[in-house]
Design a protein around this ligand. Structure first.
Ligand code: ACO
Length: 281
């Protein structure tokens, strides 16, 4: 397998399906994989063909976390500079994904351990197979859940569940992960792609400028006071108005109030009929 192949992707109907592709190593993240993933994210981020990115895994794993051999042992043998570089490369693509231009969905098909919680959290939405298994296995091999994993569970789970998860190293299945809100929902493995496609299509039907503004706002306001959030949201919407060359906001009002062709409480306006939408004459 060439270095390029550790991440695979295809674009179909405006959905980019990006896969961790080291199934024989349960898709654990090596420095090579981390570098390649950043290149793939770069290539897809502003592509007009892509409206939603789905991150999944080939084979039985989503990702078995960091590669204990290549990311830890071999890198540590090269010294502190190499360790810091590997951390930058891993954290770098997770950060890139947290603030990605397009909405993102983690499609968790199987094993998800430790370092895997970084990209899991980075995706805006997460749908798991009921059969998937999640664990902060760090404690099982003698370390704390680092690389953001502790932060992820504290942000997403109750303190009791986060503590239990971090201290016991016990696995939970997709259904429990959904009950704990580590993912949005879980569905039988056989329905996973279908459900993710359905969700991706919902996102594709929304104004993309509004989607980017909304996803960033959800992450940003969490750490703001109410007053700061109020101010940020006013300014973020005004910036979105500037970036939205389709003037979608006015079109959304027009189709409801003047045309009466849809109701915003029940559905989205028709993007294709905005004045400067692609294909509009
Ligand atoms: N790092 C390095 N190699 C790994 C990793 C990993 N995280 N996970 C799997 N592999 C390798 C195995 O060493 C094995 O290699 P080999 O074929 O050369 O012997 C190969 O992948 C297949 O793994 P198996 O253990 O044989 O697969 P199995 O399906 O039986 O078990 C499981 C899957 C449960 C995921 C198991 O591989 C495992 O426990 N992996 C480690 C999970 C983990 O704790 N990850 C680290 C989290 S902490 C962190 O990320 C900071």
């Amino acid at each position: 397998m060439s270095e390029q192949d550790v991440v695979s992707y295809r674009v179909e109907n405006r959905i980019a399906w990006v896969s961790f592709n080291r199934p024989e190593k349960r898709n654990c993240m090596s420095p090579t994989l981390n570098r390649r993933m950043m290149e793939v994210l770069d290539a897809l981020e502003y592509s007009d063909d892509v409206g939603v990115l789905v991150l999944t895994g080939e084979g039985s794993a989503w990702s078995a976390g960091m590669d204990l051999k290549e990311y830890f042992r071999e890198t540590e043998a090269k010294g502190l500079g190499a360790v810091r570089q590997s951390q930058r490369e891993a954290y770098g693509w997770w950060r890139r994904l947290r603030w990605y231009q397009k909405p993102t969905i983690a499609m968790v098909n199987g094993w998800c351990f430790g370092g895997g919680y970084g990209p899991l959290f980075a995706c805006d939405l997460a749908i798991a197979a009921d059969e998937a298994e999640f664990g902060l296995s760090e404690i099982n091999w003698g370390i704390l859940p680092g690389g953001g994993a502790t932060k992820v569970v504290v942000d997403l789970l109750s303190m009791r569940d986060a503590m239990y998860h971090a201290l016991t190293g016990e696995r939970i299945d997709g259904k429990t992960a959904a009950a704990w809100k580590l993912v949005n929902e879980s569905v039988p493995r056989a329905r996973l792609e279908e459900r993710v496609t359905e969700l991706a299509n919902v996102l594709l039907g929304k104004n993309p400028v509004a989607i980017k503004a909304a996803k960033d706002a959800v992450r940003r306001v969490k750490e703001m006071t109410y007053d700061n959030a109020e101010d940020y949201l006013v300014r973020a919407q005004e910036a979105a108005n500037f970036h939205d060359k389709t003037d979608g906001r006015k079109e959304g009002i027009r189709q409801f109030i003047d045309e009466k062709s849809y109701k915003p409480g029940l559905a989205s306006y028709d993007l294709s009929r905005a004045a400067s939408a692609p294909g509009h004459d």
